[in-house]
Design a protein around this ligand. Structure first.
Ligand code: NAP
Length: 268
Protein backbone atom coordinates (compact mmCIF):
# COMPACT_ATOMS: atom_id res chain seq x y z
CA UNK A 1 0.00 0.00 0.00
CA UNK A 2 1.34 3.40 -0.97
CA UNK A 3 1.10 5.60 2.08
CA UNK A 4 4.12 7.89 1.82
CA UNK A 5 4.16 11.67 1.53
CA UNK A 6 5.60 13.47 -1.51
CA UNK A 7 6.26 17.17 -1.00
CA UNK A 8 6.34 19.42 -4.07
CA UNK A 9 8.31 22.33 -2.62
CA UNK A 10 10.72 22.16 0.31
CA UNK A 11 10.66 25.73 1.61
CA UNK A 12 9.63 27.20 4.94
CA UNK A 13 6.14 25.69 5.18
CA UNK A 14 7.11 22.28 3.81
CA UNK A 15 10.05 22.24 6.25
CA UNK A 16 7.78 23.07 9.18
CA UNK A 17 5.34 20.33 8.13
CA UNK A 18 8.06 17.70 7.72
CA UNK A 19 9.68 18.54 11.07
CA UNK A 20 6.27 18.51 12.82
CA UNK A 21 5.21 15.22 11.19
CA UNK A 22 8.48 13.54 12.22
CA UNK A 23 8.15 14.94 15.75
CA UNK A 24 4.63 13.50 16.01
CA UNK A 25 5.83 10.21 14.54
CA UNK A 26 2.83 9.83 12.20
CA UNK A 27 5.21 9.04 9.31
CA UNK A 28 8.86 8.05 9.38
CA UNK A 29 11.58 9.85 7.45
CA UNK A 30 11.85 6.88 5.06
CA UNK A 31 8.20 7.39 4.00
CA UNK A 32 8.65 11.07 3.08
CA UNK A 33 10.23 12.55 -0.06
CA UNK A 34 10.50 16.07 -1.40
CA UNK A 35 11.44 18.00 -4.50
CA UNK A 36 12.03 21.68 -5.20
CA UNK A 37 13.14 23.91 -8.04
CA UNK A 38 16.88 24.35 -8.32
CA UNK A 39 17.79 26.41 -5.24
CA UNK A 40 18.89 23.48 -3.10
CA UNK A 41 16.01 23.66 -0.63
CA UNK A 42 15.09 19.98 -1.20
CA UNK A 43 18.67 18.82 -0.50
CA UNK A 44 18.84 21.04 2.59
CA UNK A 45 15.54 19.74 4.00
CA UNK A 46 16.50 16.13 3.24
CA UNK A 47 19.93 16.61 4.84
CA UNK A 48 18.45 18.13 7.96
CA UNK A 49 15.57 15.69 8.50
CA UNK A 50 16.62 12.41 6.89
CA UNK A 51 13.76 12.37 4.34
CA UNK A 52 14.72 11.72 0.72
CA UNK A 53 14.89 14.24 -2.09
CA UNK A 54 14.74 13.72 -5.82
CA UNK A 55 14.15 15.66 -9.02
CA UNK A 56 12.65 12.58 -10.69
CA UNK A 57 8.88 12.93 -10.32
CA UNK A 58 8.26 9.24 -10.98
CA UNK A 59 10.61 8.35 -8.13
CA UNK A 60 9.14 11.09 -5.90
CA UNK A 61 5.62 9.74 -6.30
CA UNK A 62 6.37 6.03 -6.45
CA UNK A 63 5.57 5.27 -2.80
CA UNK A 64 3.31 8.25 -2.16
CA UNK A 65 -0.32 8.12 -1.10
CA UNK A 66 -0.38 11.91 -0.66
CA UNK A 67 1.07 14.63 -2.87
CA UNK A 68 1.58 17.73 -0.74
CA UNK A 69 1.74 20.90 -2.79
CA UNK A 70 3.89 23.42 -0.92
CA UNK A 71 5.45 25.59 -3.61
CA UNK A 72 4.38 29.21 -4.15
CA UNK A 73 0.98 29.64 -5.85
CA UNK A 74 2.60 31.40 -8.83
CA UNK A 75 4.89 28.36 -9.29
CA UNK A 76 1.93 26.01 -9.86
CA UNK A 77 1.83 26.70 -13.61
CA UNK A 78 5.57 25.85 -13.86
CA UNK A 79 5.07 22.34 -12.49
CA UNK A 80 5.64 19.58 -15.00
CA UNK A 81 2.55 18.40 -16.89
CA UNK A 82 3.76 14.90 -16.04
CA UNK A 83 2.58 15.46 -12.46
CA UNK A 84 -1.06 15.22 -13.52
CA UNK A 85 -0.47 11.79 -15.04
CA UNK A 86 1.71 10.55 -12.17
CA UNK A 87 -0.79 11.88 -9.62
CA UNK A 88 -3.60 9.65 -10.89
CA UNK A 89 -5.34 7.83 -8.05
CA UNK A 90 -3.36 9.75 -5.41
CA UNK A 91 -4.58 12.18 -2.79
CA UNK A 92 -3.55 15.82 -3.15
CA UNK A 93 -3.21 18.24 -0.24
CA UNK A 94 -2.44 21.85 -1.17
CA UNK A 95 -1.37 24.72 1.08
CA UNK A 96 -1.19 27.16 -1.84
CA UNK A 97 -2.89 30.37 -0.74
CA UNK A 98 -5.81 31.37 -2.96
CA UNK A 99 -5.60 28.36 -5.29
CA UNK A 100 -9.08 26.87 -5.66
CA UNK A 101 -9.98 23.19 -5.66
CA UNK A 102 -11.24 23.70 -9.23
CA UNK A 103 -7.80 24.91 -10.34
CA UNK A 104 -6.05 22.09 -8.46
CA UNK A 105 -8.39 19.58 -10.12
CA UNK A 106 -7.31 20.91 -13.53
CA UNK A 107 -3.67 20.18 -12.61
CA UNK A 108 -4.51 16.78 -11.04
CA UNK A 109 -7.48 15.53 -13.09
CA UNK A 110 -7.17 11.94 -11.89
CA UNK A 111 -6.59 12.63 -8.19
CA UNK A 112 -8.53 10.38 -5.82
CA UNK A 113 -9.39 13.47 -3.76
CA UNK A 114 -8.11 17.00 -3.25
CA UNK A 115 -7.84 18.93 0.00
CA UNK A 116 -7.27 22.68 -0.07
CA UNK A 117 -5.79 24.18 3.11
CA UNK A 118 -5.16 27.64 4.51
CA UNK A 119 -2.41 27.61 7.15
CA UNK A 120 -0.79 30.63 8.81
CA UNK A 121 2.78 31.61 9.70
CA UNK A 122 2.72 30.57 13.39
CA UNK A 123 2.48 27.07 11.88
CA UNK A 124 6.21 27.37 11.32
CA UNK A 125 6.66 26.87 15.09
CA UNK A 126 3.70 24.49 15.48
CA UNK A 127 1.46 27.28 16.85
CA UNK A 128 -0.65 27.84 13.76
CA UNK A 129 -4.24 27.16 12.83
CA UNK A 130 -5.08 25.60 9.48
CA UNK A 131 -8.50 25.37 7.84
CA UNK A 132 -9.05 22.61 5.28
CA UNK A 133 -11.70 21.93 2.63
CA UNK A 134 -11.91 18.63 0.74
CA UNK A 135 -13.29 18.37 -2.80
CA UNK A 136 -15.27 15.22 -1.88
CA UNK A 137 -16.12 14.13 1.65
CA UNK A 138 -13.09 12.48 3.25
CA UNK A 139 -13.08 8.83 4.26
CA UNK A 140 -12.15 8.31 7.90
CA UNK A 141 -8.62 7.21 6.86
CA UNK A 142 -8.21 10.29 4.65
CA UNK A 143 -9.41 12.60 7.43
CA UNK A 144 -7.03 10.95 9.89
CA UNK A 145 -4.13 11.49 7.44
CA UNK A 146 -5.13 15.12 6.77
CA UNK A 147 -5.22 15.85 10.49
CA UNK A 148 -1.93 14.03 11.09
CA UNK A 149 -0.27 16.07 8.35
CA UNK A 150 -1.75 19.45 9.29
CA UNK A 151 -1.47 19.10 13.07
CA UNK A 152 2.27 19.36 12.45
CA UNK A 153 1.53 23.09 12.03
CA UNK A 154 -0.83 23.42 15.02
CA UNK A 155 -4.63 23.29 15.27
CA UNK A 156 -6.86 22.15 12.43
CA UNK A 157 -10.46 23.05 11.48
CA UNK A 158 -12.64 21.71 8.65
CA UNK A 159 -14.34 24.43 6.60
CA UNK A 160 -16.44 24.67 3.40
CA UNK A 161 -14.26 26.08 0.61
CA UNK A 162 -16.40 29.22 0.22
CA UNK A 163 -15.34 30.29 3.73
CA UNK A 164 -11.60 30.01 3.06
CA UNK A 165 -11.40 33.64 1.90
CA UNK A 166 -12.78 34.75 5.27
CA UNK A 167 -10.33 32.39 7.00
CA UNK A 168 -7.55 34.11 5.03
CA UNK A 169 -8.86 37.48 6.24
CA UNK A 170 -8.79 36.42 9.90
CA UNK A 171 -6.11 33.78 10.60
CA UNK A 172 -4.12 33.79 7.34
CA UNK A 173 -3.39 37.52 7.36
CA UNK A 174 -4.09 37.90 11.10
CA UNK A 175 -0.52 37.38 12.33
CA UNK A 176 0.48 40.55 10.44
CA UNK A 177 -2.24 42.53 12.22
CA UNK A 178 -0.91 41.26 15.56
CA UNK A 179 2.66 42.18 14.57
CA UNK A 180 1.37 45.66 13.71
CA UNK A 181 -0.43 45.84 17.08
CA UNK A 182 2.77 44.87 18.94
CA UNK A 183 4.73 47.48 16.98
CA UNK A 184 2.12 50.14 17.77
CA UNK A 185 2.10 49.21 21.47
CA UNK A 186 5.92 49.42 21.46
CA UNK A 187 5.80 52.84 19.78
CA UNK A 188 3.22 54.00 22.32
CA UNK A 189 5.61 52.97 25.07
CA UNK A 190 8.43 54.91 23.43
CA UNK A 191 6.17 57.96 23.13
CA UNK A 192 5.39 57.59 26.83
CA UNK A 193 9.12 57.76 27.68
CA UNK A 194 10.39 54.14 27.64
CA UNK A 195 13.55 53.09 25.83
CA UNK A 196 12.83 51.07 22.64
CA UNK A 197 14.08 47.70 23.95
CA UNK A 198 12.06 47.89 27.14
CA UNK A 199 8.98 49.13 25.26
CA UNK A 200 9.23 46.19 22.82
CA UNK A 201 9.75 43.65 25.60
CA UNK A 202 6.74 44.96 27.51
CA UNK A 203 4.56 45.07 24.36
CA UNK A 204 5.46 41.54 23.20
CA UNK A 205 5.10 39.94 26.62
CA UNK A 206 1.78 41.70 27.15
CA UNK A 207 0.33 40.32 23.92
CA UNK A 208 1.70 36.82 24.65
CA UNK A 209 0.46 36.89 28.24
CA UNK A 210 -2.97 38.29 27.39
CA UNK A 211 -3.49 35.62 24.68
CA UNK A 212 -2.37 32.88 27.09
CA UNK A 213 -4.74 34.23 29.78
CA UNK A 214 -7.64 34.25 27.30
CA UNK A 215 -6.94 30.61 26.54
CA UNK A 216 -6.42 29.56 30.18
CA UNK A 217 -9.53 31.35 31.50
CA UNK A 218 -12.17 30.82 28.83
CA UNK A 219 -14.27 33.94 29.33
CA UNK A 220 -14.94 36.30 26.43
CA UNK A 221 -12.34 38.95 25.54
CA UNK A 222 -14.92 41.56 26.57
CA UNK A 223 -15.18 40.01 30.06
CA UNK A 224 -11.40 39.96 30.42
CA UNK A 225 -11.31 43.58 29.26
CA UNK A 226 -13.91 44.60 31.82
CA UNK A 227 -11.99 42.81 34.61
CA UNK A 228 -9.00 45.10 34.07
CA UNK A 229 -11.01 48.30 33.57
CA UNK A 230 -11.92 49.91 36.86
CA UNK A 231 -14.17 52.99 36.71
CA UNK A 232 -12.12 56.17 36.45
CA UNK A 233 -8.94 54.10 36.01
CA UNK A 234 -6.04 54.08 33.59
CA UNK A 235 -7.22 51.26 31.30
CA UNK A 236 -10.62 52.90 30.69
CA UNK A 237 -8.84 56.13 29.79
CA UNK A 238 -6.88 54.21 27.15
CA UNK A 239 -9.87 52.20 25.89
CA UNK A 240 -11.87 55.41 25.44
CA UNK A 241 -9.27 56.59 22.91
CA UNK A 242 -9.44 53.25 21.08
CA UNK A 243 -13.22 53.56 20.89
CA UNK A 244 -13.05 57.15 19.70
CA UNK A 245 -10.60 56.10 16.97
CA UNK A 246 -13.03 53.30 15.91
CA UNK A 247 -10.48 50.55 16.62
CA UNK A 248 -13.02 47.73 16.26
CA UNK A 249 -14.51 49.10 13.04
CA UNK A 250 -11.01 49.55 11.65
CA UNK A 251 -10.15 45.93 12.38
CA UNK A 252 -13.45 44.75 10.89
CA UNK A 253 -12.66 46.68 7.72
CA UNK A 254 -9.14 45.23 7.76
CA UNK A 255 -10.49 41.66 7.81
CA UNK A 256 -13.09 42.45 5.12
CA UNK A 257 -10.43 44.02 2.85
CA UNK A 258 -8.16 40.97 3.19
CA UNK A 259 -11.15 38.66 2.57
CA UNK A 260 -12.09 40.62 -0.57
CA UNK A 261 -8.50 40.48 -1.82
CA UNK A 262 -8.35 36.72 -1.17
CA UNK A 263 -11.53 36.34 -3.26
CA UNK A 264 -10.10 38.48 -6.09
CA UNK A 265 -6.84 36.50 -6.12
CA UNK A 266 -8.56 33.12 -6.10
CA UNK A 267 -10.84 34.23 -8.98
CA UNK A 268 -8.01 35.64 -11.12
N1 NAP B 1 4.57 31.17 4.73
C1 NAP B 1 3.36 31.15 5.28
O1 NAP B 1 3.12 31.52 6.40
C2 NAP B 1 2.17 30.65 4.53
C3 NAP B 1 0.89 30.80 5.07
C4 NAP B 1 -0.18 30.29 4.36
C5 NAP B 1 0.05 29.66 3.15
N2 NAP B 1 1.30 29.54 2.67
C6 NAP B 1 1.52 28.89 1.41
O2 NAP B 1 2.58 27.96 1.55
C7 NAP B 1 3.21 27.83 0.31
C8 NAP B 1 4.71 27.77 0.51
O3 NAP B 1 5.17 28.95 1.15
P1 NAP B 1 6.64 29.03 1.73
O4 NAP B 1 6.71 30.26 2.54
O5 NAP B 1 7.02 27.72 2.33
O6 NAP B 1 7.49 29.22 0.34
P2 NAP B 1 9.04 29.03 0.07
O7 NAP B 1 9.81 28.97 1.35
O8 NAP B 1 9.42 30.01 -0.98
O9 NAP B 1 9.12 27.56 -0.58
C9 NAP B 1 8.69 27.27 -1.90
C10 NAP B 1 9.27 25.92 -2.29
O10 NAP B 1 8.73 25.52 -3.56
C11 NAP B 1 9.81 25.08 -4.40
N3 NAP B 1 9.51 25.19 -5.82
C12 NAP B 1 9.47 26.29 -6.59
N4 NAP B 1 9.16 25.98 -7.86
C13 NAP B 1 9.03 24.64 -7.90
C14 NAP B 1 8.75 23.70 -8.93
N5 NAP B 1 8.52 24.09 -10.19
N6 NAP B 1 8.69 22.39 -8.60
C15 NAP B 1 8.92 21.97 -7.33
N7 NAP B 1 9.18 22.81 -6.31
C16 NAP B 1 9.23 24.12 -6.59
C17 NAP B 1 10.95 25.99 -3.97
O11 NAP B 1 12.17 25.42 -4.43
P3 NAP B 1 13.50 26.32 -4.59
O12 NAP B 1 13.77 26.92 -3.26
O13 NAP B 1 14.52 25.31 -5.01
O14 NAP B 1 13.18 27.36 -5.62
C18 NAP B 1 10.79 25.95 -2.45
O15 NAP B 1 11.31 24.74 -1.93
C19 NAP B 1 2.74 28.99 -0.56
O16 NAP B 1 1.88 28.45 -1.55
C20 NAP B 1 1.96 29.86 0.34
O17 NAP B 1 0.83 30.39 -0.33
C21 NAP B 1 2.38 30.04 3.33
Amino acid sequence: MENGLAFIGAGRMAGAMVRGILRKGSWEAGQIACTSAADGTAEALAGETGISCTYDLGQLLSGAGWIILACKPQQLSQLSAELGRLGRGKLVLSILAGTTIERLAAVFPGAANIVRCMPNTPGMIGAGITAFSPRSPLSSEEERDVRNILEALGEVVAMPEERLNAVTGVSGSGPAYVFEFVAALRDGGIAAGLDPDTAYKLALKTVQGAAALLQAVPESPETHRDWVSSPGGTTLAGLAVMEQAAFRKTLEETVLAATRRARELSES
